[in-house]
Design a protein around this ligand. Structure first.
Ligand SMILES: NC(=O)c1ccc[n+]([C@@H]2O[C@H](COP(=O)([O-])OP(=O)(O)OC[C@H]3O[C@@H](n4cnc5c(N)ncnc54)[C@H](OP(=O)(O)O)[C@@H]3O)[C@@H](O)[C@H]2O)c1
Length: 255
């Protein structure tokens, strides 16, 4: 199956890597060095321009900059029978659908780099059967019928990115205490992976889990108390509020 990609940037590369040779890709020519590298490493075709990507494919994945993407799509001609999937943060379905009519339209969100490893959750709204196989190859798929629920869930893209900064601070802290940097990096990653698996495998509520793992008077309680004192736990919610306003299109910026 062939997929045309508009916007040959970081996300496009992650998704092409994650698809693992199961799809033929044709990419737009800007970011020529990346397009050429993907042609060499993954056999993607490089189209002469954006319209050639659209003309040559029934499935078109849009990885353009979010601020300009809809305007760029408005300048292209789509046909009935095509299906366009946006991966652009904060782009709403109505604007996308108007820009690509008479093609079908859907919006998605994914973390990016985790998808290169087949481990990044993918969200799509509304259900589009023609995209489900591709997205499922990139990680667990969540199909949303309700747009507001979908848009709120897309804020996870920023959560995903922010965890790399959080993990960096933690790994750096261990290294500063004399733990070998490679061990510190593994320790942080393995701790989070283990606990993420707990959440996926166990049915206990988070409140029950917290009661089980935080010994009264123990070191977890001490860390959580310090974080709470400094507003660090509340700050996650405040930061996510900022992201939600962006993806809802309430802040005037959406990338
Ligand atoms: N990065 C991620 O992990 C991630 C995750 C989820 C969603 N997203 C979404 O994916 C989109 C792309 O993000 P990114 O991080 O991949 O950005 P990026 O690396 O900057 O890629 C954007 C690409 O679009 C190209 N482009 C700009 N204007 C164009 C035009 N008129 N025609 C064709 N190509 C054009 C750029 O080419 P030039 O280099 O020549 O400007 C660049 O190759 C954004 O909307 C973002 O919200 C990204």
């Amino acid at each position: 199956m062939r997929i045309g990609i508009l916007g040959t940037g970081h996300l496009a590369e992650f998704l092409i890597r994650g698809a693992g040779g199961r799809y033929d890709f044709v990419v737009s020519p800007r970011s020529a060095a990346r397009a050429a590298a993907l042609a060499a490493s993954h056999g993607v075709g490089v189209a002469p321009d954006n319209q050639a990507v659209v003309d040559g494919c029934d499935l078109i994945l849009v990885c353009l900059p979010a601020a300009e993407g809809v305007e760029i799509l408005r300048g292209l001609r789509f046909r009935a029978g095509q299906s366009v999937l946006s991966a652009m943060a904060g782009v709403r379905l109505a604007a996308l659908a108007a820009a690509v009519a008479p093609a079908a339209a859907a919006c998605s969100m994914m973390p990016g780099l985790a998808n290169a490893h087949g481990l990044g959750p993918c969200l799509i709204h509304p259900a589009r059967a023609e995209w489900e196989g591709f997205l499922s190859a990139l990680g667990p798929l969540h199909v949303f019928g309700n747009e507001e629920e979908f848009v709120a869930a897309t804020a996870f893209g920023a959560l995903s990115g922010a965890t790399f900064f959080w993990m960096d601070r933690l790994a750096g802290w261990f290294a500063a205490q004399g733990v070998a940097p490679a061990t510190a990096r593994r320790l942080v990653a393995e701790t989070l992976r283990g606990n993420a698996e707990v959440l996926l495998r166990e049915t206990a509520s988070l409140a029950e889990i917290q009661r089980g793992i935080a010994t009264p008077g123990g070191i977890t309680e001490a860390l959580v108390a310090r974080l709470a004192d400094r507003g660090a736990l509340e700050a996650w919610g405040e930061g996510m509020d900022v992201v939600l306003a962006r993806v809802r299109g309430q802040s005037g910026e959406n990338s």
